[in-house]
Design a protein around this ligand. Structure first.
Ligand code: CTP
Ligand code: MG
Length: 230
């Protein structure tokens, strides 16, 4: 089974405001991206990781992530694109071109450094069992409102039917390529695949798979580590 993980890491981390690309921001001395890549390899089913790096940081990303690769595996680093979807597409095209036998791909944010290996395996197992697209999800704790442009509430969706979506998202590699080639727009890869009319399955996510977006999130990550919870 050829599982390749694609890691979009080319964002600027503007909301975090750390003065460097978010992927390279350290938590207890180890960059977020390095933690994310280690977690993917620890799952055991991933041998190759393709990273879309900030174009000016390809060499440093290579240097910091290469030691995480297991025997028989490797980290591959290329320059990412202007939008997250461009970075994913570049990494996917690289994998299909350079890593023969790639049948299952995971797309995993560099900004989710504590994703448990068990979540990685649950996603891969579900794709291997025949689901062309699989995402890890959590129940929604807050009530969610839909508002109009003026901020007036127009609807309250039933919370029981809502889920928070995490990564890694897993796909049949050819299905994900078709989705990226279709010229559609969505805020995640599963959203692109959905628009092709492909069914997207869910598996349970994990709170530790949280995305680090703001300084608050980084403080939570540091507290999790300090408390031995990640
Ligand atoms: N990403 C990417 N290429 C881009 C934009 C984002 O590979 N052109 C990656 C980020 O590096 C991150 C993931 O997509 O791992 C999720 O994006 P986000 O959390 O929005 O990160 P940033 O874009 O870096 O943050 P911000 O939007 O605050 O600038
Ligand atoms: Mg962004």
């Amino acid at each position: 089974m050829g599982v390749v993980a694609l890691v979009p890491a080319a964002g600027r981390g503007e909301r975090l405001g750390y003065g460097m690309p978010k992927a390279l921001v350290p938590v207890d001395g180890v960059p977020l991206l390095v933690r994310a890549v280690r977690g993917l390899f620890q799952a055991g089913c991933v041998r190759h990781v393709v990273i879309a790096a900030p174009p000016s940081d390809v060499d440093i990303v290579n240097t910091v992530t290469a030691p995480s690769a297991p025997a028989g595996g490797a980290v591959h680093v290329l320059a990412g694109g202007a939008e997250r979807s461009d970075s994913v597409r570049l990494a996917l095209e690289y994998a299909l071109r350079e890593l023969p036998g790639t049948t299952i791909v995971l797309v995993h944010d560099a900004a989710r450094p504590f994703t448990p290996p068990s979540v990685v395996n649950a996603v891969v197992d579900a794709v291997a069992a025949g689901h062309p697209a699989v995402i890890p999800v959590l129940p929604v704790a807050d009530t969610i409102k839909e508002v109009d442009a003026a901020g007036t509430v127009v609807a309250t969706p039933d919370r029981a039917t809502l889920r928070v979506v995490q990564t890694p998202q897993g796909f049949d590699a050819r299905v994900l390529l078709r989705a990226h080639e279709a010229g559609l727009h969505a805020t995640d890869d599963a959203g692109l695949v959905e628009r092709l009319g492909v069914r997207v399955a869910t598996v349970p996510g994990h709170q530790n798979a949280m995305k680090i977006t703001t300084p608050f999130d980084l403080a939570v990550a540091e507290a999790l580590l300090a408390g031995g919870k990640a």
